[in-house]
Ligand binder design. Structure first.
Ligand code: E4P
Length: 218
């Protein structure tokens, strides 16, 4: 499973990318709004930082509008994929983009049937939202497993992006359930890298080395 960062903040994207673990970026209107910056400017900067797919979401609710918004975004780079909501209008737009060779990410997926429909319309990625399902007492990671099983059984190449990841446990569950990618906030990446025993271990090595210093020649 690959890691994408779910963020429109170029500083945190740059930091995470420097760790060598970021294969792509997903953005959404809420994340872009938080930055208070021009969307296209932000996308251009992200494309400079990360050498992988970058999701740019459209806001229109009708297919025509999604296409009108999506095409200029896709023209920025062949690494941009157009993020479209999982609606019948979204499916029409995905079908259009697929015919033109423009990659898409179908977002706000909450059922296996939605994922299957998106894949059949030609989606490059589907994004089932783990956290928002868990929030309403459903099992988000079980959905990932179901979609992975169906895609595998039917030879579907659409990749599953486990989205709406809220904590490191979600990441492990996404990997175990067969997600190709997990997209997560920078904070979750920081949490994943930490372990109290790692910190204690470093402290102990340094303390012991202090005692050993006197015996070192160089
Ligand atoms: C995915 O692409 C979405 O941007 C994101 O994961 C949504 O996460 P949230 O449910 O925490 O807002």
């Amino acid at each position: 499973m690959k890691f994408f960062i779910d963020s429109a903040n170029v500083d945190e994207i740059r930091e995470a990318a420097s760790w060598g673990i970021v294969s792509g970026v997903t953005t959404n209107p809420s994340l872009v709004a938080k930055e208070g910056r021009d969307f296209v400017e932000v996308l251009k900067e992200i494309l400079q930082i990360v050498d992988g797919p970058v999701s740019a979401e459209v806001l229109s609710l009708d297919a025509e509008g999604m296409i009108r918004e999506g095409e200029p975004l896709a023209a920025l780079s062949d690494r941009i994929n157009i993020k479209v909501p999982m609606t019948t209008e979204g499916l029409k737009a995905v079908h259009h983009f697929a015919k033109k060779g423009i990659p898409t990410n179908v977002t706000l997926v909450f059922s296996a049937n939605q994922a299957l429909m998106a894949a059949r319309a030609g989606a490059t990625y589907v994004s089932p939202f783990i956290g928002r399902l868990d929030d309403i007492n459903h099992d988000g990671s079980q959905l990932i497993g179901q979609i992975a099983e169906i895609f595998d059984l039917h030879g579907i190449e659409t990749e599953i992006i486990a989205a709406s990841i809220r904590n490191p446990v979600h990441v492990t569950l996404a990997a175990q359930s067969g997600a190709h990618i997990a997209t997560m906030p920078f904070k979750v990446m920081q949490q994943m890298a930490k372990h109290p025993l790692t910190d204690q271990g470093i402290e102990r090595f340094l303390a012991d080395w202090e005692k050993a210093k006197q015996h070192q020649k160089a």
